[in-house]
Design a binder for this molecule. Structure first.
Ligand code: ACO
Length: 426
């Protein structure tokens, strides 16, 4: 007989079927609980709630494992490209040579942005945050590319269009925010090289591509490509479950990623390290502040809902700091501060007992700084990397014939029935 979990409510026993994942993870299914008992479950922040089954990404937070479609992220970082990893996530398998070439050609063909969209960019205030611009512009893409997405070919085309255009749009927003001329994509450059060129090429000083830098960006994006049901991916799935178009669902994901507790942490880490550097604050005092319950300050880039050990992406990112910075002949005082902070925090009982380790954002900003990416663009860099994950998670939902609209319940704690009081009696 298959396994069940017994729930006793008011003396009566109810059986909930157990679902077992391919890596042995277990859940019990409560979908009929309210109907049978009148009870719902309560789990603010969804730390114990599975919202779907998924065959895309596996992570084990206790062991520090992250795999896309079964392949360890370390292997992908060593051998794959961001375009190939995107194909893997979206299609469920690695492409053959022909499929990869076809994908690259299509990404090049789709890389231009409708010229009329530039007018929008020009009208954002110069100081507008690029994440706000990116979210708005991605949503606007649907108006410029209203083609139907109800055939497999149409949907696949939309995926590639999004992957290609997000990179052009991100670089464009940076150029315009600086008052610089937009640089167009080039068909002879790879995905990552094209982005760097669109960001930094100049009519007065042509940009010289550095293969080490291109490779570093490639690895950075692979490490960010998916992370199962995190805040922004959950947003994409929830918004998408209302059957809104894909552009709008991705735009919601970008908005969710912006927050400093999520993708915005990479910007917050550099701001924190810069503050420490400029103020000359003592590392011990910084760690003390992070532990103080009466102080809202937290050690940015530390802690994770799922990882209770070292984030495997942070490990690779830290190694990248050690190899990429010397190669680029960059000496960043923030790297030394980050290393010392990590050292102090990882021997402090507060951080040890709560299993708080560096997450991907702790060292990623230092790598991005070495590439010349401005701090306010850091979370945009994360968003470009996360796009294939958002697309594949949306697709998995859309392909599921039982995809239900997301609609959590609540336990109401407000007034019970209360009469309206006319204005002159209040
Ligand atoms: N600094 C100091 N204390 C921390 C930190 C931190 N960075 N992170 C967690 N804690 C403490 C909390 O105060 C809490 O203590 P308590 O149990 O005594 O109340 C305990 O550790 C558990 O933390 P929660 O906030 O309950 O854990 P949750 O899973 O809800 O939050 C989160 C995870 C948001 C990542 C949190 O660790 C945090 O705010 N970190 C800093 C921001 C950050 O780096 N975000 C990026 C995450 S990775 C990503 O999204 C790409």
């Amino acid at each position: 007989m298959s396994e069940v979990v017994k729930v006793i409510i008011e003396g009566k026993t109810y059986e909930c079927p157990v679902i077992v994942g391919s890596e042995g993870e277990k859940a019990f299914d409560i979908t009929t609980l309210r109907q049978k008992t009148g009870y719902i479950t309560m789990d603010p922040g969804f730390g114990n709630t599975g919202s779907c089954t998924s065959a895309i990404t596996f992570m084990d937070g206790e062991k520090g494992i992250l795999r896309y479609r079964g392949i360890p992220v370390e292997q992908l970082a060593d051998h794959s490209s961001f375009v190939e990893t995107s194909y893997l996530l979206i299609n469920g398998r690695l492409p053959n040579r022909q499929e990869l070439t076809r994908t690259s050609v299509q990404l090049n063909d789709d890389s231009l942005i409708h010229e009329d969209m530039q007018i929008f960019y020009q009208n954002f205030p110069r100081r507008a945050h690029p994440m706000g611009i990116l979210s708005a512009m991605l949503n606007a893409l649907k108006s410029f590319y209203p083609e139907l997405e109800d055939t497999e070919e149409g949907i696949n085309r939309t995926f590639l269009r999004l992957l290609s255009k997000i990179r052009t749009m991100a670089a464009m927003s940076y150029r315009i925010s600086r008052g610089h001329k937009v640089v167009y994509p080039r068909a002879d450059y790879s995905y990552c090289a094209n982005f760097l060129n669109m960001m930094f090429d100049s009519p007065v000083r042509p940009y010289e591509l550095d293969p080490d830098l291109v490779e570093a960006l490639n690895v950075f994006w692979i490490l960010h490509a998916d992370h199962e049901q995190n805040c922004s991916t959950a947003a994409v799935r929830v918004v998408g479950s209302g059957r809104v178009n894909l552009y709008a669902a991705i735009s919601a994901g970008i908005a969710a990623l912006w927050g400093p507790l999520h993708g915005g942490a990479n910007q917050a880490v550099i701001e924190m390290l810069t503050n420490i550097h400029q103020s000359g604050a003592d590392i011990g005092d910084v760690v003390k502040r992070a532990k103080d319950k009466d102080d809202p300050f937290r050690l940015m880039g530390f802690g994770h809902r799922v990882y209770k050990t070292y984030d495997p992406r942070a490990r690779i990112m830290k190694k990248m700091c050690d190899t990429v910075l010397p190669k680029l002949r960059v000496e960043d005082p923030l790297l030394e501060i980050a290393r010392r902070l990590e050292e102090v925090a990882l021997t402090d009982p507060y951080f040890v007992d709560k299993n708080l380790y560096p997450n991907v954002d702790f060292y990623s900003g230092i790598v991005l700084r070495a590439m010349g990416i401005p701090t306010e663009m850091f979370t945009v860099m994360f968003a470009i990397g996360r796009l294939p994950g958002w697309i594949s998670q949306w697709k998995e939902g859309a392909d599921d014939p039982n995809w239900k609209i997301s609609r959590p319940r609540q336990v109401y704690t407000g007034n019970t029935s209360t009469d309206y009081v006319p204005m002159n009696q209040r």
